[in-house]
Design a protein around this ligand. Structure first.
Ligand SMILES: [Zn+2]
Length: 200
């Protein structure tokens, strides 16, 4: 298992277009190329997970996992503006993207549950988080039914949203060659998430 510490070259680029996935990645899956253009990136599993234990066997204390029904959270734009920070509103409600390498949970590996920052619905367990080296939190799997997938209008990427409130999370990529149980990467904005420790 890779024990190298991730080395990310500085993000010198000033163009946000770096966020856009490009189809060529699909043809270089074996090279573990990240979306963000670090072809030699080494990745390692988050320290909280001893390999990839099936998430169903890693319960969390505290009963955090209370799922809101899909589509159950409805608020007007005005209401969302009132309860979200401007940055949360920009990303969750206007499908924005945080700058890579800056997010609170990018290099975060504590054990617990990541909930939707908009409505509190549990989305990911920390045991499904892995270090993709792309500059955003990456998960190989979400809670069943918690996340909706919608192809972008241009067909290049698949957007992921909170199934309960529709909040924008990021995008999901498949077949990149990461040695995870699903070979999927949920590339999620930290701003879209709220972490709750397992022992809280
Ligand atoms: Zn939500």
């Amino acid at each position: 298992m890779g024990s190298h510490i991730l080395k990310i070259s500085p993000f010198a680029s000033s163009t946000p277009l770096i966020f856009n996935a490009t189809p060529f990645l699909r043809f270089q899956a074996k090279r573990v190329v990240s979306i963000c253009g670090h072809p030699k990136t080494q990745f390692r599993f988050s320290s909280s997970s001893s390999g990839f234990v099936p998430s169903s066997k890693r319960g969390f204390r505290g009963g955090v996992v209370a799922m809101a029904a899909p589509g159950s959270v409805h608020k007007s734009e005005e209401d969302w503006r009132a309860i979200l920070s401007p940055e949360q509103f920009r990303i969750l409600r206007q499908k924005g993207t945080e700058y890579p390498g800056t997010g609170e949970y990018d290099k975060f590996s504590a054990e617990g549950v990541y909930q939707c920052a908009g409505c509190g619905t549990p989305l990911y367990k920390s045991t499904t988080k892995f270090n993709s080296g792309c500059g955003w939190p990456a998960f190989f799997e979400g809670f069943p039914g918690a996340i909706n997938r919608t192809p972008d209008p241009d067909g290049r990427r698949v957007e992921i949203t909170c199934a309960a409130c529709g909040g924008h999370l990021g995008h999901v990529f498949k077949g990149e060659g990461f040695p995870t149980p699903t070979d999927e990467r949920h590339c999620v904005n930290s701003v879209s998430l709220k972490f709750t420790p397992a022992n809280s």
